[in-house]
Design a binder for this molecule. Structure first.
Ligand code: AMP
Length: 262
């Protein structure tokens, strides 16, 4: 289905709520959308042993959040590379120092302090539609993002805790490709093997139960202020959807995207 307005969507939800699944379905349904997943970007950096990846790895494994400064640089750089920012890239963000060693920065300096909404064409054409999955996670990340780009739909996905725990327990991945399986509703064709390569499936390091509970605790701690940030905007940007399963949530989400952007 075609969009007639640019959709710039944020998905917020507890780990394991199915943000990745919803993203995949949105991309299939609305081909003008692309997705940027902060977790995937980080895992790619870990795999490639970049300076950022090496630093982020232990933080991710422990279930804690990667520092805002790093995340903002990572996301800003990705948005800029994909051409979603209408202003010319900041020399600060794109300098070779910040790219090769984003960890060297001790604080984030806002490259566009005067606000986001003067973006012009690039921000409004439907082909500039994208989903941010996993970012922003904190109110601070959200207000920094505001000064870079004006997001226009924040989806708060809610699923009861027992359903979430069950989902995490049955999640397996093919690490080299990032393909995700779930033994209850999306099993591999052969037990424990990736459908395309036949290689072994593993658990994500951060799906270890202890790490998962830590992620959940952090999520709850940081999410209320994040949602408040968008609630305070009073422009209807925040929209909540509830369901036990991804299949229950998807049709409601599709309807909302059509209502706002098609
Ligand atoms: P995810 O795949 O979104 O569950 O992310 C996996 C891990 O990456 C998280 O547990 C965090 O350690 C880190 N991470 C992803 N996105 C963010 C973010 N926006 N801010 C801080 N850390 C993040």
């Amino acid at each position: 289905m075609r969009l007639s307005r640019a959709a710039r969507i944020i998905l917020v939800g507890a780990p394991g709520v199915g943000k990745g699944t919803q993203t995949k379905r949105l991309l299939e349904k609305f081909p003008q959308l692309t997705a940027i997943s902060s977790g995937d970007l980080l895992r790619e950096n870990v795999r490639e042993r970049t300076p950022l990846g090496i630093k982020a790895e232990s933080v991710m494994r422990s279930g804690r959040l990667v520092p805002d400064t790093l995340m903002l640089r990572l996301i800003h750089n990705e948005l800029s590379t994909r051409g979603f920012l209408s202003r010319s890239p900041s020399p600060l963000i794109l300098s070779s120092t910040s790219l090769s060693d984003p960890l060297s920065a001790t604080s984030f300096v806002d490259p566009y302090p005067s606000c986001a909404t003067d973006g012009g064409d690039l921000q409004t054409v439907p082909s500039s539609s994208f989903i941010l999955d996993g970012f922003p996670r904190t109110a601070r990340q959200a207000s920094r993002l505001d000064s870079t780009i004006d997001m226009n739909l924040v989806v708060n996905i809610k699923t009861p805790l027992p359903a979430l725990l069950e989902r995490i327990r049955s999640r397996w991945i093919h690490a080299p490709s990032g393909r995700v399986y779930n033994t209850s509703f999306n099993p591999p064709r052969v037990d424990g093997r990736d459908d395309l390569t036949g290689e072994s499936l593993t658990r994500r390091d951060d799906d270890d139960p202890q790490a998962y509970l830590e992620r959940l605790r952090r999520f709850e701690e940081t999410t209320e202020p994040l949602l408040d940030h968008y609630r305070r905007k009073r422009n209807g940007v925040l929209w909540t959807v509830e369901g036990d399963t991804s299949d229950e949530i998807t049709p409601k989400l599709f309807d909302e995207v059509v209502r706002r952007f098609a």
